[in-house]
Write a protein that binds this ligand. Structure first.
Ligand SMILES: Nc1ncnc2c1ncn2[C@@H]1O[C@H](COP(=O)(O)OP(=O)(O)OP(=O)(O)O)[C@@H](O)[C@H]1O
Length: 347
């Protein structure tokens, strides 16, 4: 099946008439067939960037949007060949399921038999073949989103844009649909941009994730890059759990009132280190034992099956991942160390 377009955003910014700078000048390339996730907190500009790419908003002067190298900045949405799926379904309530899906083909002038056949094929792809004759009002939220997806895909868009398509659904359904959307986007090899504020969704669906903060892309990279090498404290704390401990570096060691660990490469002076729960390795907390490790009192233990998420008493609650077989209980003391390459310090 056809792969989508390569999308380029060049110096695109958006200032609304009331003066709100929703997006600062942004450059971005989405490769043909790639799924890029725009991830960030409410109000960071995700939807604005998506709408600029769709053609629902015009960038400030100087900004450009290109599809396969062709400048589409002045083209309205209906001439950009994009498919869109929103959080709210935006389906035609007075049409049944198959007519909703076939609608875009009708607009394109496809004959009745051909468009019904094609619409039926996409209903099957979205696993709602048996609902073809149902009215939209007779569908569940998840079923409506499948219809919306089939309707967006049936016209073979060059780019699929999804704006929080699963947000209105309950947790189990979200997870199921998330997996299906992932499989579908991959099998169709369509270029897609997916907006969410849910990091689990971003990790699962994104070939790359662009983390957005206050109208800018704070970092763009694969889920692994974003998690393992966050570029800033904001990214570290928005994607995954990040711990923070304040202390002082002297002669290649990080010292706190809880003990000290090796911290080669860090400059002497006050420092705040950041690390992931899974970066912690258990160590003997008794004073003077191995001389290496930070000791804390255990506040809470959550047994996950595959491990235990242990919250420690500290200035900011610290969470570390402890192997499931290691006995640990609230009130005990526990010690851990960090390999120097897992310690992050942000400016
Ligand atoms: N038409 C508009 N006029 C003025 N300001 C706007 C307009 N649309 C959006 N904004 C503002 O621009 C900023 C970015 O909004 P945007 O909808 O892009 O954020 P978002 O990251 O998608 O947020 P959410 O996750 O809540 O949808 C916000 O401060 C918002 O209030």
């Amino acid at each position: 099946m056809s792969a989508g377009a390569e999308i380029t955003v060049a110096a695109a910014a958006k200032t609304f008439p009331d003066g709100t700078r929703a997006l600062h000048p942004t450059d971005l390339t989405v490769a043909r067939g790639e799924t890029l996730v725009l991830l960030g907190p409410s109000g960071c500009g995700k939807t604005t960037l998506l709408r600029l790419i769709a053609g629902l908003e015009t960038p400030d002067a100087g900004g450009r949007i290109l599809f396969d190298g062709r400048d589409v900045t002045a083209l309205p949405i209906e001439r950009r060949e994009v498919g869109m799926v929103f959080q709210s379904y935006a389906l035609f309530p007075n049409m049944n399921v198959i007519d909703n899906v076939a609608y875009g083909l009708r607009v394109k002038g496809v004959g009745k038999a051909a468009r019904r056949e094609e619409a039926a094929r996409y209903l099957e792809l979205c696993r709602i073949g048996e609902l073809a004759g149902r009215r939209i009002t007779e569908l569940s939220g998840g079923q409506r989103q499948r219809v919306a997806l089939a309707r967006a895909l049936v016209v073979k868009p060059r780019l699929l844009l999804l704006d929080e398509p699963l947000t209105a659904l309950d947790a189990n359904l979200r997870e199921t649909l998330r997996g299906e959307i992932d499989a579908l986007l991959r099998s169709l090899a369509i270029t897609s941009i997916y907006v969410t504020h849910d990091q689990a969704e971003a990790m699962m669906l994104g070939d790359r994730i662009a983390v957005m903060e206050k109208g800018r892309i704070a970092q763009i990279g694969t889920p692994r890059e974003i998690y393992a090498a966050p570029a800033s404290r904001f990214v570290a704390e928005f994607v995954g759990v990040s711990n923070r401990i304040e202390g002082r570096v002297a002669a290649g060691r990080f010292h706190t009132e809880h003990g000290s660990i090796a911290a080669e490469g860090l400059a002497d002076g006050p420092a705040t280190i950041h690390f992931r729960p899974d970066d912690a390795a258990l160590a003997d907390p008794s004073p003077g034992a191995a001389g290496d490790g930070l000791a804390f009192e255990v506040a809470k233990v959550v047994y996950l099956g595959s491990g235990q998420l242990v919250t420690l008493k500290g200035l900011s609650a610290i969470r570390i991942l402890v192997p499931a077989h290691h006995p640990v209980a609230a009130g005990e003391r526990i010690g851990f160390t960090l390999s120097p390459d897992r310690i992050k310090v942000f400016p």
